[in-house]
Design a protein around this ligand. Structure first.
Ligand code: IPM
Ligand code: MG
Length: 368
């Protein structure tokens, strides 16, 4: 097993707007190094389409090993139309999936918080989303994303058949549910577990295991079960009924995209992908903004770096236990929004438009 080097951060900016937003995170890290005497060691490398272009693979073994020995990875975004027609094994997204799977980052935390300054940016009525603060915990290394058998094969009648397999084991369900229950205890103490137990055996098992864990170890947390389709509906109808939502890989992918848009601004939402703690209390992790590579706006200096900067704040909190630094960084973001500075994606009347790097600089100046 490769040992984790304390305070070593691997930056994987990736494709599209990834490099622009990660550049701003890098500025924050360097600022913390010189002003808060934090000794982060930064390395930077290729993953995604850019790696494919240079090395013919979305992630090289060398970069993968760097990720293994880093305390955490900060990823920008991967993918773009340029690489759409590649074989699955070569697609930029494979870099992401390989890192998640092989670093065993089974718990994906996706907060959906509606910033008070941006309530009007949501397509929903302000009273529905104002004050919204949901945490989606998505299982990230199992389910249909990775299940075997998978593939496309010819069948007798000359047609082809596409196959993916959805499966979960008790331990896969229990470990991610624990993360959700533990988080709930620090929040509003309420977990909603989502599956399709009405049509899928794996969903039935999910529901039973979550309930059993609750009854054994988390009786103090309020647990409810909800069918995933109903959850999609409830997220639009009354999103504030939720505190922590725990769900599988595929439903989590979809429900988190939906939840993120309640906040009106994909450009603001961070995420953390966490592994289990080892016996020395160390944990592998990867942090990334939930927006994608947005190739249409890449290179224009208009991307919003806030989601990436808030992802780094999550790293300070979850990987490094530097809660006060994380608080300060989150507050700096709020302060800049209160000052009326906006990147193009969240611009509204009467606010001042700033570039990606000007937004990063403004946040750093608030840290001073
Ligand atoms: C996400 C993305 C990824 C996923 C893609 C890029 C592989 O949509 O992180 O939500 O499907 O998990
Ligand atoms: Mg997604």
């Amino acid at each position: 097993m490769i040992k984790i080097k304390k305070r070593k951060i691997l930056l994987l900016p990736g494709d599209g707007i990834g490099p622009e937003v990660i550049q701003e995170v890098k500025k924050v890290i360097l600022w913390l190094n010189s002003n808060k005497s934090l000794d982060f060691e930064i390395d930077e490398d290729l993953a995604g389409g850019c790696s494919y272009d240079k090395h013919g693979t979305p992630i090289t073994d060398e970069v993968f090993y760097k990720a293994l020995e880093s305390e955490f990875v900060m990823l920008g975004a991967v993918g773009g139309p340029k690489w759409d027609n590649l074989d699955f094994s070569k697609k930029p997204e494979r870099a992401l999936l390989k890192l998640r799977k092989e670093l065993k980052l089974f718990a994906n935390l996706r907060p959906a918080i509606c910033f008070e300054q941006l309530v009007d940016a949501s397509t929903l009525k302000p009273e529905i989303v104002s004050g919204l603060d949901i945490m989606i915990v998505r299982e990230l290394t199992g389910g249909i994303y990775f299940g075997e058998p998978r593939g496309i094969k010819p069948i007798e009648n000359g047609e082809r058949k596409g196959i993916n397999t959805h499966s979960y084991t008790t331990s896969e369900i229990v470990r991610v549910a624990k993360v959700a229950f533990d988080l709930a205890r620090k929040r509003s103490n309420q977990v909603t577990s989502c599956e399709k137990s009405n049509v899928m055996e794996a969903g039935q098992l999910w529901k039973e295991e979550v309930q059993e864990l609750h009854d054994k170890e988390y009786k103090d947390v309020e647990l409810s079960h909800m069918l995933a389709d109903n959850c999609a509906m409830q997220l639009l109808k009354n999103p504030k009924q939720f505190d922590v939502i725990v769900t599988d890989n595929l439903f989590g992918d979809m429900l988190s995209d939906q939840a993120s848009m309640l906040t009106g601004s994909l450009g603001l939402l961070p995420s953390a992908s966490l592994g289990a703690k080892n016996k020395d209390g160390e944990m592998r992790a990867m942090y990334e903004p939930i927006h994608g590579s947005a190739p249409d706006i890449a290179g224009k200096e208009i991307a919003n770096p806030i989601a990436s900067i808030l992802s780094f704040a999550m790293a300070l909190r979850y990987s490094l236990d530097l809660d006060s630094e994380a608080d300060a960084l989150e507050k700096a973001v709020q302060d800049v929004l209160n000052d009326g500075l906006r990147t193009k994606d969240i611009l509204s009347e009467g606010k001042k438009e700033v570039s990606t790097s000007a937004m990063g600089d403004a946040i750093i100046s608030k840290l001073q």
